[in-house]
Design a binder for this molecule. Structure first.
Ligand code: CS2
Length: 476
């Protein structure tokens, strides 16, 4: 629609910037952005956002011509609900001017640096949670302290500037699907800072804050058709619009520097003293099932999650995965009934308005499988409980990363370890080859004979019968 005018920001006064956000992709805009806008609407506050893209200029190019306003499109049963969100004040593209990013982060008006940088952005070993000192971005940033490129580099070098200027640190708020994401971030930030200067690391350890969070809202990638449909409904072109489900849940550990943070609770977020139980529930139930459906569903020929769970065999498989394998490993978070949590998940997965591609979720499996599937398996092994569905999900990932589907077509595997995984599987015994990948499999688990037997059996069934039949047999 070439003549459609661009979305315009309202003349309402802007809040001052109090948050720098690293990684302003669709999830940030659909989730943190909407919570912060709602919180400011309810209670005011200077929590405007300076958004920082760490890699590409695309978000800036989308948001710039619309003065950083964008539309959140809620896809519920009663049709789409469009809301214009005006929470972003500016967008910086880090590679174009890394110093401008450091200056923004060092501004004492900024109280929080939040981030949605995906699992791989933490530059850690997913199996151990340690900083990967051999990561090319970490090596680069230690050698170029005025022009970092990783999130960790920006965090540490901006904190160093604040310390020198005599300002307190900002709170670092990770919003990615990693267990204990606050503790993990603290660990990798301190490991990096120690390389810069032990005094800096001590200062961050003493005065910094890294609250853990559980974040949840299903946000499929926006398509051109979504942009066109919004234009047809609203009469404006919004290249930065985001599609998401009605549900959202944010549980935040309430440990902010100086207790300075938006009133996100007025928008429905929960501030708690311990996020762990919420986090393992969400990671193991939602994300674990998502990854299982992504690999096995993709192999069975399903384009989206809602298509996969519309298949009766897949629906039974996911049910069994939850009730027999995952739920017994989870202490229910306060005020939560796990059975109804999974009933709700079923409805959320089945939402036909959400076109969430199995291929999208399958991305970066090496960074996701450990906390989504392997931790649960380790707990099942310890409790002496069988885990056929989880083993099949791992086998599905092993088949998927080899890059050829059940019909012989090439799979576009996106994963930072794609080459390494392909090479590891290039042996007669693919399962043993992949179990030796230390970034994914903790040696204790990989060498557990019960574990490798279960995965080998599941893999053999998957290869001989295909995903459609294998999910059915796994729950017999
Ligand atoms: C998904 C998540 O892409 C993925 O890996 O499992 O993005 C999922 O949709 C969100 O965590 C839901 O909160």
């Amino acid at each position: 629609m070439p003549d459609t005018p661009r979305l315009r920001r309202s003349p309402a006064p802007r809040p001052k910037t109090g948050i720098v956000h690293l990684g302003p992709g669709a999830f940030f805009r659909a989730f943190c952005g909407t919570y912060t806008a709602d919180a400011m609407q309810a209670g005011g506050g200077d929590w405007g956002v300076c958004a920082v893209s760490l890699r590409s200029p695309s978000v800036r190019d989308q948001l710039g011509p619309q003065d950083c306003a964008y539309t959140s499109v809620m896809l519920g049963p009663e049709g789409p609900k469009d809301t214009v969100v005006e929470v972003i004040n500016s967008v910086l593209v880090a590679p174009e001017n890394p110093n401008a990013v450091l200056v923004a982060m060092a501004d004492p008006a900024v109280k929080i640096v939040s981030m949605t940088i995906t699992e791989k952005g933490y530059c850690h070993n997913p199996a151990t949670g340690d900083l990967r000192a051999d990561h090319p971005d970490i090596i680069h940033d230690l050698a170029n302290p005025d022009a970092p490129r990783s999130a960790l580099g920006f965090l540490v070098l901006a904190l160093a500037r604040r310390r020198i200027a005599g300002h307190p640190p900002f709170t670092v708020l990770p919003c990615d699907n990693l267990p204990d994401n606050g503790a993990l971030t603290r660990k990798v930030v301190l490991a990096f800072a120690r390389q810069v200067s032990p005094d800096l690391a001590d200062w961050i350890a003493q005065y910094g804050a890294f609250p853990s969070t559980m974040v949840d809202r299903i946000t499929p990638a926006t398509t051109d058709a979504d942009i066109d449909a919004l234009a047809a409904r609203q009469g404006y072109l919004d290249r930065a619009c985001v599609m998401h489900e009605p549900f959202r849940q944010w549980v935040i550990e309430d440990t902010f520097v100086g207790s300075l943070r938006p009133g996100w609770d007025t928008a429905g977020a929960q501030f708690v003293t311990d996020v762990a139980a919420f986090e393992s529930m969400k990671l193991r139930c939602l994300n674990g099932a998502h990854s299982a459906l992504a690999y096995l569903g993709y192999l069975a020929g399903f384009e989206t999650i809602s298509q996969s769970v519309a298949d009766e065999g897949f629906a039974r498989f996911i049910r069994a995965l939850w009730t027999q394998e995952v739920l017994p490993t989870i202490p229910p978070p306060e005020g939560t009934d796990l059975a109804s949590y999974c009933d709700d998940l079923n409805l959320r997965f089945a939402n036909p308005a959400i076109q969430h591609r199995t291929w999208q979720i399958a991305m970066d499996g090496s960074q996701k499988v450990p906390q989504r599937l392997l931790g649960t398996i380790a707990d099942c092994l310890e409790a002496g409980r069988a885990f056929p569905c989880l083993a099949l999900a791992v086998a599905g990932w092993m088949r998927y990363v080899q890059g050829v589907d059940e019909k012989g077509a090439v799979i576009d595997v996106r994963d930072p370890l794609a080459q390494q995984l392909k090479a590891a599987a290039d042996t007669e015994d693919q399962v043993t080859g992949l179990l030796a990948v230390r970034d994914v499999f903790d040696p204790a688990l990989a060498q557990n004979p019960e574990f490798s037997r279960a995965v080998k059996d599941a893999y053999a069934m998957l290869m001989s019968e295909g995903a459609m039949a294998a999910v059915r047999k796994a729950v017999l």
